[in-house]
Design a protein around this ligand. Structure first.
Ligand SMILES: Nc1ncnc2c1ncn2[C@@H]1O[C@H](COP(=O)(O)OP(=O)(O)O)[C@@H](O)[C@H]1O
Ligand SMILES: O=P(O)(O)OC[C@H](O)CO
Length: 538
């Protein structure tokens, strides 16, 4: 007979804090990640997908309340896991917020309820608004770069100011609330902050410099809302949040498991990844591959105005009195999103786990080029009338070639951006730090290194975006914290080197450029006169 054992309630081992939490509200999913303070060690996290609503062609919305509820569920889920591994929620000393940028929410000051769904950054409904705004530019110039000296950005459906103007012009409940002074505007950080700190009762109405720098309403030099920009867009200042630095006390969480804990950082997700990758010195750059792909190059305290289609944006300002650091950004709207399309619209893949195995069964894309310009092309083209094309199809083309061409499309778009950065900054990048959902794919990173001809360094942890928010939050509460100190002794997870010749790389890039030419201006292209007449007469 077995000897009797004493029944005891199992206790998890004790896990000592302090901890720092980070809310990462991305386009595809939200997550709450708990780090050991001052390190890149993830203690636990909880992640939930967020649904996008596609009401009409080119539109992309999300339910603002669903975003808040999902974030609250992520917080509750991660805290439960923290307790399960022996940690104490009371040892979370502060939290930070990082978020999909440009996405626009308008809500009612009295009820705290959204007036419309959030217009997501990818949404293209404002193409006609851009056209109308171009018409108002003096001397009939129709110059998309007219506002660049003030805000660093070209006129594009991408940015929040254009989305807000569309709401003013097309949604009476919003224009009336703007007139009455009861409308409040925020990007996702602001909307979350407002709700987490008490909503209509005592919610704070604030944003940070990085998110504000994506609205087209903030002056890139003064870091304040700009009267001329507000006048250009015809928007009232009363709807706007207060602009703060990326690392300071914003407010306290009003209820739930984290009640009473302070929120001490806010950063747009791409800027947070710049911090999380420790690209904290001039000349350092990172690329994050999620729904879209965003390459940011730290230009230090200097504002560099691009003449090659890049954006000038605020990188971070780590404290009220800290010097702001700027970045040049190359934005690609469709990166991982192209695989969601292959899955949901084309039924070519069932899940993202298949992408690498399918693409690896063929040696190359068999000269297939896919430009996924579903909502126009962002950097460096800024062509809102571009549309997607797949070129070079033959009888031999299979799904595997198309999947591989989709991976290559992201790589070529990054080459477009790196070429522009080289022209703007003169110094070619020797290596590129990478992170984000797509970087789990080894073949993709090899293709990226091959097609741009530089070394690619994969981050040790995939969650660099959340890490950046956690670092900025911790800095606000621990003055001795040195952000530049190495986070871990192991450096990047791995380094991938180019394996093809420069001749091969350049030939393939030339073909990519031919595919780009076919996609540009597709929406507004008309048949040549002779062919149109023949068609009309048929
Ligand atoms: N193995 C993979 N290969 C290529 N793309 C992938 C892979 N796994 C995930 N993705 C893509 O990465 C994106 C999700 O990355 P993530 O960083 O979580 O995005 P976000 O921050 O935008 O929510 C999805 O669009 C998905 O298609
Ligand atoms: O959701 P992501 O990670 O692709 O990021 C979205 C960007 O912030 C949009 O500008």
């Amino acid at each position: 007979m077995d000897s009797p054992t004493t029944e005891t309630t199992p206790h998890p081992p004790t896990l000592c804090g302090p901890f720092v939490g980070a809310i990462d509200e991305g386009t595809t999913s939200a997550r709450f990640i708990i780090f050991r303070a001052g390190t890149d060690e993830i203690v636990c996290f909880h992640q939930i997908e967020v649904e996008s609503i596609f009401q009409k062609e080119g539109w992309c919305e999300q339910d603002p309340m669903a975003i808040v509820n999902t974030v609250n569920e992520c917080i509750a889920g991660a805290c439960k896991k923290l307790i399960a591994v022996g940690g104490k929620v009371e040892e979370i000393i502060t939290i930070g917020i990082t978020n999909q940028r440009e996405s626009t929410v308008v809500w009612d000051r009295n009820s705290g309820q959204p007036l419309v769904n959030a217009i997501i950054w990818l949404d293209n409904r404002t193409t006609s608004t851009v056209e109308e705004l171009l018409e108002t530019i003096p001397n009939n110039a129709r110059n998309i770069n007219y506002l660049r000296p003030l805000c660093g950005l070209p006129l594009s459906p991408y940015f929040s100011g254009v989305k807000l103007r569309w709401l003013r012009d097309n949604v009476p409940v919003v224009s009336q609330a703007m007139e009455k002074g009861t409308a409040m505007f925020g990007t996702i950080d602001t909307w979350l902050m407002y709700n987490l700190t008490g909503g209509k009762d005592c919610g704070v109405h604030k944003t940070d410099v990085t998110n504000a720098s994506r609205t087209m309403l903030m002056n890139i030099e003064t870091l304040q809302w700009d009267a001329n920009l507000l006048k250009f867009f015809g928007l009232p200042k009363t709807i706007l949040p207060e602009i703060c630095s990326s690392s300071e006390f914003y407010g306290k969480i009003a209820q739930g498991v984290l009640q009473g804990i302070g929120i001490t950082s806010v950063l747009g997700d791409q800027q947070a990844a710049l911090v999380g990758q420790q690209c904290l010195a001039k000349g350092q750059a990172k690329a994050t591959y999620g729904t879209g792909c965003f390459l940011l190059y730290n230009t230090g305290p200097s504002i560099v105005h691009s003449t090659h289609g890049l954006l000038t944006t605020v990188g971070y300002q780590l404290g009220r009195k800290a010097v702001p650091f700027y970045a040049l950004e190359g934005s690609v709207s469709i990166a991982g999103a192209a695989f969601n399309w292959l899955r949901d619209n084309m039924n070519l893949i069932q899940n993202s786990g298949q992408i690498e195995s399918m693409a690896s069964t063929v040696d190359n894309s068999l000269d297939v080029y896919f430009v996924p310009a579903f909502n126009g092309l962002y950097a460096p083209y800024w062509n809102q009338d571009a549309r997607g094309v797949i070129c070079g199809l033959s009888e031999e083309t299979t799904s595997e070639h198309i999947v591989r061409a989709t991976l290559e499309a992201v790589c070529f778009q990054v080459r477009d951006i790196l070429d522009s950065m080289h022209k703007d900054c003169k110094i070619p990048l020797a290596k590129l730090m990478v992170d984000g959902g797509m970087t789990v794919n080894n073949l993709f990173l090899q293709l990226q290194s091959d097609l741009v001809g530089i070394q690619v360094l994969r981050a040790k942890i995939a969650e660099t975006t959340a890490l950046g928010a956690a670092m900025a939050a911790y800095k606000a509460v621990e003055s001795r914290y040195q952000m530049e100190a190495p986070l871990s002794k192991t450096g990047p997870r791995d380094a991938i080197k180019p394996s093809i010749s420069a001749t091969d790389r350049n030939l393939r890039y030339q073909k990519w450029k031919m595919a780009i030419d076919r996609s540009l201006n597709w929406e507004t292209s008309t048949l040549p006169q002779g062919e149109r007449e023949a068609f009309d007469g048929a």
